[in-house]
Design a protein around this ligand. Structure first.
Ligand code: FES
Length: 105
């Protein structure tokens, strides 16, 4: 598979509204976020410890980790609040028709 392949993740109507959802995409644990009608994707596991961000709290463009309340910007994965200090990997997302596609490279 090409490094630039778009992978069909789920139906667009399965996305929550202004919330986060954890999905398995091609063997990757991915968090999908919807914010004001836009969709973003990052790794779902926090870079600080083993916590799944889909169990956290989405506040605007920030996801708060459920374990130690570190925060990341869902648009680019950058940490915005300690103890998170390492960025999350983020992925391009697009909605085509009724499907959500994520590019895992
Ligand atoms: S495990 Fe996420 S902030 Fe510590």
């Amino acid at each position: 598979m090409s490094e630039q392949t778009w992978i069909d993740a789920l139906a667009a109507d399965e996305l929550p509204t202004d919330d986060v959802l954890g999905v398995a995409i091609d063997g990757h644990d991915i968090a999908l976020y919807t914010v004001g009608g836009e969709v973003f994707a990052t790794d779902n596991v926090c870079t600080h410890g083993h916590a799944r961000l889909c169990d956290g709290f989405l506040d605007g463009h920030e996801i708060e980790c459920p374990l130690h309340q570190g925060r990341f910007d869902v648009r680019d994965g950058k940490p915005t609040c300690e103890p998170a200090s390492e960025p999350l990997r983020s992925y391009p997302v697009k909605v085509e028709g009724s499907r959500v596609l994520v590019r895992i490279g």
